[in-house]
Design a protein around this ligand. Structure first.
Ligand code: GLN
Length: 268
């Protein structure tokens, strides 16, 4: 199958409500890295006007971060047949990357700093709790090794070395995992809660992380994994994407790791 015969529909969860922390960069990165390979891409905003049938048609999903208030507005809409359709798509293996506020809504619940508990979709087995408006926010550079299997092995094949992700976190909520794999282990930063050394979660082909940045331009190997997985799931055929010239992101990663005095953590 030629790339020109491939079309990907990328769903973007509530773009006007959940784009507080620049995660639109993940959508742009996916779109560019697919179109640079000749793949046809359409970006589908999934918002309060979206019908469940439109969610059914997407191949890959991106969810960004949001403030507590916006998260509760989202969950007033993401229920019933829309929620069931999204859950079914994730359970069926649709790949996605969910950052901070959006994965908090994929868990069992999120207790915000103020206001009522926000019931989540219960797709990911974890809970998130904000310790209150006087608690320290988890803000800063976040570096972690992706360890979830088989994701880590697949990323190592793409990247050619241990998958270390570099991002930036800014959250008040703390996430506590149940029976779900963590995405990775923290090398620098808070991660899920600043206590257990874990970052994010991984379930089926859904990546949940606290890493803004945006994550994908800083870690393009994860973007390529998402594109590749979406094609495999949609067309049921193995595919390896052509290599792109990633000299710039490679240099940016080296600069960040050097600045954070973490170069020894990355195999060369
Ligand atoms: N409002 C949530 C929190 O403070 C999510 C923040 C975010 O998406 N960066 O934890």
């Amino acid at each position: 199958m030629n790339p020109e015969e491939i079309e990907l529909k990328i769903g973007w969860l509530y773009p006007t409500l959940m784009s507080t922390y620049g995660d639109r960069g993940n959508v742009i990165c996916l779109e560019k890295r697919a179109t640079w390979r000749g793949i046809k891409v359409s970006i589908i905003p999934l918002d309060r006007n979206t019908k469940a049938s439109e969610i059914e048609e997407i191949d890959l999903i991106v969810g960004g971060g949001a403030q507590d208030r916006q998260q509760s507005i989202v969950m007033e809409d993401l229920k019933g047949i829309k929620a069931d359709t999204l859950k079914a798509k994730i359970e069926a293996g649709m790949p996605g990357v969910f950052t901070c506020g959006s994965p908090q809504l994929l868990g069992h619940y999120y207790e915000p700093a103020l206001g009522n508990k926000i019931e989540g979709l219960g797709i990911l087995d974890f809970v998130s709790k904000h310790p209150g408006i006087d608690a320290r926010r988890c803000i800063g550079n976040l570096v972690f090794e992706i360890t979830a299997s088989p994701l880590a092995e697949e990323l190592k094949t793409i990247l050619g070395e241990k998958p270390i992700a570099i991002g930036f976190e800014n959250h008040g909520g703390r996430t506590y995992l149940g029976q779900v794999d963590s995405l990775g282990k923290v090398i620098l930063g808070y991660g899920n809660n600043g206590e257990d050394g874990m970052e994010g979660a991984f379930y089926r082909n859904a990546i949940a992380t606290y890493a803004h940045g945006p994550l994908l331009p800083k870690n393009p190997f994860i973007a390529d994994w998402l594109i590749q997985k979406a094609i495999q799931e949609k067309y049921q055929l193995p595919i390896s994407l052509t290599k792109l010239d990633d000299l710039l992101p490679k240099k940016a990663r080296q600069t960040m790791l050097k600045r954070l005095d973490l170069l020894s953590n990355v195999d060369h």
